[in-house]
Design a protein around this ligand. Structure first.
Ligand code: ADE
Length: 273
């Protein structure tokens, strides 16, 4: 049985994983550009881990300029098998309150200014993203969240917007009332699509920081409120990540959902082209 290596992409407020043993920040080159930052490798509960701060230490990459392809490729090159995304989000649901976590399982991709595929020039492939997250990794994340005592909502549709501005009131109402989205953020796409193209299992834990702008009692979303909630909850996110290796285990059977074989029948270009 092959080994698990967990990659964690940390969002706003999560720039390090203090608990890692044998810590080493490593620069990883990629033909797709330079990743957001060096990658912190180490071990937790005997499972190899790689941590990448999505926005870079010091928060230097805006959502539109995160090098998503380089990030996913660099994790793949290090031997990562399973990627957990941790990110902040706004909520469209009263019951998904600031401070809660959501295990995202669907996306609506409204981003438009990012490179979204490893394929297209010289090699054409069309992978399925009907089920964009990995249920096995998601179940391990749910168990880890329970172990860490977090309030986790299992399942939710994440509207990925381009940003960097937040939504207008009309957009917020449309995403919530017409499109049925549960949460909104700026970073999980194209990350999830690229992870599937790279045959990596991908799960997304989104931390609710605000009610976006639809909520009559909460008014417009302000970055200062988001940062306050993030700062108060980053420790919870780290607690979840800290319990994931024990839940996922060091040995890895092939993904029962086929995430690690996504390209088997997806490439159209003839061999040798
Ligand atoms: N990240 C955190 N809150 C957000 C919101 N309301 N919209 C987009 N991204 C967010």
């Amino acid at each position: 049985m092959a080994g698990t290596m967990i990659g964690v992409i940390g969002g706003s407020g999560v720039y390090d994983l203090d608990a890692l043993e044998d810590r080493c920040w490593t620069a990883v080159d990629s033909p797709w550009g330079t990743p957001s930052d060096e990658i912190l490798t180490g071990r937790l509960d005997g499972v190899p881990m790689a941590f990448l701060p999505r926005h870079g230490r010091g928060h230097v990459h805006a959502p539109s300029s995160v090098p998503y392809r380089a990030n996913i490729d660099a994790l793949k090159r290090l031997g990562v098998t399973d990627v957990l995304s941790v990110s902040a989000c706004g909520s469209f649901r009263e019951e998904m309150a600031p401070g809660d976590f959501v295990l995202v399982d669907q996306f609506i991709d409204r981003t438009f200014a990012r490179d979204k595929s490893f394929f297209g020039t010289g090699c054409v492939a069309h992978v399925s993203v009907a089920h964009p997250t990995c249920p096995r990794l998601g179940a391990a994340c749910s168990a880890a969240a329970r172990d860490a005592g977090l309030t986790l909502h299992e399942g939710g549709t994440y509207l990925a917007m381009e940003g960097p501005q937040f939504s207008t009131l009309a957009e917020s109402r449309m995403y919530r009332d017409v499109w049925g989205a549960d949460v909104i953020g700026m970073t999980n796409m194209p990350e999830a699509k690229l992870a599937r193209e790279a045959e990596l299992c991908y799960a997304s834990i989104a931390m609710v920081t605000d009610y976006d702008s639809w909520h009559p009692e909460h008014g417009a979303v302000e970055i200062t409120d988001i940062v306050r909630t993030l700062t108060g909850n980053a420790e919870k996110a780290r607690a979840l990540v800290g319990r994931l290796p024990a839940r996922l285990g060091a040995d890895r059977a092939p993904c029962p959902h086929g995430c690690d074989r996504a390209l088997d029948h997806a490439i159209l270009t003839a061999p040798g082209q």
